[in-house]
Design a protein around this ligand. Structure first.
Ligand SMILES: Cc1cc2nc3c(=O)[nH]c(=O)nc-3n(C[C@H](O)[C@H](O)[C@H](O)COP(=O)(O)OP(=O)(O)OC[C@H]3O[C@@H](n4cnc5c(N)ncnc54)[C@H](O)[C@@H]3O)c2cc1C
Ligand SMILES: *[C@@H]1O[C@H](CO)[C@@H](O)[C@H](O)[C@H]1NC(C)=O
Ligand SMILES: *[C@@H]1O[C@H](CO)[C@@H](O)[C@H](O)[C@H]1NC(C)=O
Ligand SMILES: *[C@@H]1O[C@H](CO)[C@@H](O)[C@H](O)[C@H]1NC(C)=O
Length: 404
């Protein structure tokens, strides 16, 4: 069974503001680091292809290439002494050792979606280690296993899977431009979480470089560290270079096959007054008939009809949750900086969010308080997203455990 149904009363929107500030470069403190690198790596042609100092004309565009929070582009944020974009895992130990030797910290960046800019900001001298060129994905359909390098974005992963199999999928996030380095090491929730858990719950091995420049895998890092990097944030422990993933069959089975997410935000009513609108979007791993029956029984308040639903392949559902039309070629989700089609003069989207886990039901007075805030002028285009977990998510223990 390979269809997936989407139902919605309105689509998700990712918000955007125009970019374009000039950003003068600083240039000092990188000479010793470069000298150290050339001692360790020797091949100067290769070094010149992966190192960007502030004198390099591409320095600023590389630095800004994946920044999602515009606040951190401003000149008040100290810039890295150097940016390195390794092409091989084997180049990273030298970068770690040379940074250490020269008292520089490392900021590892995969997709650049960190809400607080932690992958490209620091108050002390630092190197940005940008993994954009470590994005290889190798797939073994027989074994239902894949290795994905940490610099890939989830759109590249989804696309590659869809080109390999129509019946296999991987449960990760909704937004295709998020990097697997940050997403998987922080957990990674998405539309299939009730069925399969987080992305991190479906990782069976990893490669990582530690502070001594050692290349580790699951066996050599040990179970405690392997557990910690799947949820504890990768940068707290080292540099993750690749993940080994276990794939999942997408098959019908009630009711974990149903995810409902609710986005809530201010809109103008027909009378011109500001009001609050809640949009229910849903992913169901099964056909429309079963979905309609299920919703009539479990969620009659929504009044979902056949016309509200579309049967799609898994990769089309990835387009949908990524904010694209399902008619679009799936290849669009491999873009790190998709063009935004909009009436506003926007070329890419920027984003800021805060998350929390709600353990007890929010009382009506809590919602009323939120409505008041959302209706304030300052809230602008703010949006609140509610994603009920449960399902597989309630079965996975906090202690180290994963499907063997
Ligand atoms: C538009 C948008 C949509 C999002 N949608 C989802 C979603 O659907 N589901 C979800 O779970 N989350 C989502 N997030 C949150 C996202 O998962 C986190 O912000 C995540 O940390 C971003 O990973 P990244 O690699 O893109 O970011 P980065 O900024 O590159 O990295 C984030 C953090 O991880 C560290 N890190 C990155 N790569 C490595 C590595 N290889 N080794 C060690 N440390 C590393 C960085 O140093 C930094 O501290 C979204 C965020 C944005 C901005
Ligand atoms: C240095 O690296 C470049 C690019 O990878 C390669 O073409 C060249 O052969 C290498 N030189 C040496 C001496 O290994
Ligand atoms: C590194 O990745 C960027 C972005 O995908 C690409 O433009 C560039 O050509 C790559 N560099 C190398 C040396 O492959
Ligand atoms: C709602 O109306 C206000 C005032 O007319 C306008 O500035 C705003 O852009 C409108 N918002 C939306 C979401 O249409």
């Amino acid at each position: 069974m390979k269809t997936t149904s989407l139902s919605y009363s309105s689509l998700f929107l990712f918000l955007a503001i125009l970019s374009c500030s000039s950003w003068p470069a600083q240039s000092h403190g990188h000479d010793d680091f470069l000298q150290c690198l050339s001692l360790h790596l020797q091949n100067t042609t290769e070094i010149s292809r992966i190192v960007y100092t502030p004198n390099n004309p591409s320095y600023l565009s590389i630095l800004r290439s994946s920044i999602r929070n515009r606040r951190f582009e401003s000149a008040s944020n100290p810039r890295p002494h150097v940016i390195v974009t390794p092409m091989y895992e084997s180049q990273i130990p030298a970068i770690v050792l040379c940074a250490k030797e020269n008292g520089m910290q490392i900021r590892t960046r995969s997709g650049g979606h960190d809400y607080e800019g932690l992958s490209y900001r620091s108050k002390v001298p630092y190197v940005v280690l940008d993994l954009v060129n470590l994005s290889e994905i190798t797939i073994d359909v027989e074994q239902k296993i894949a290795w994905v390098q940490a610099g890939a974005i989830i759109g590249q992963l989804y696309y590659k899977i869809s080109q390999t199999s129509r019946t296999l999928a991987f449960p990760a996030g909704a937004c295709p431009t998020v990097g697997v380095g940050g997403l998987f090491s922080g957990g990674g929730y998405g539309p299939m979480l009730r069925k399969f858990g987080l992305a991190a719950d479906n990782i069976v091995d990893a490669r990582m470089i530690d502070v001594e420049g050692r290349i580790l895998d699951r066996k050599s890092m040990g179970e405690d560290l392997f557990w910690a990097i799947r949820g504890g944030g990768g940068a707290s422990f080292g540099i993750i270079t690749a993940w080994k993933l276990k794939w999942q069959y997408i098959a019908p089975n009630l009711p974990d096959d149903l995810l409902i997410s609710i986005s809530i935000g201010p809109v103008n009513s027909s009378t011109g007054k500001k009001t609050i609108q809640a949009s229910f979007g849903s992913l169901f791993l099964g056909g429309v008939d079963t979905l309609i029956q299920l919703l009539e029984k479990r969620f009659p308040e929504l009044g979902v009809k056949r016309e509200d639903c579309i049967e799609v392949s898994w990769i089309q559902s990835a387009l949908f949750f990524g904010g694209y039309s399902i008619e679009e070629s799936p290849q669009v989700i491999t873009s790190r900086n998709p063009q935004i089609r909009s009436t506003l003069p926007i070329t890419r989207f920027y984003f800021k969010a805060k998350l929390d886990y709600v353990q007890k039901p929010i009382p009506v007075s809590g919602f009323e308080g939120m409505w008041k805030l959302l209706k304030e002028r300052e809230a602008g285009m703010a949006e609140m997203l509610v994603v009920p977990y449960g399902g597989r998510m309630s079965e996975i223990l906090i202690a180290a455990s994963f499907p063997s």
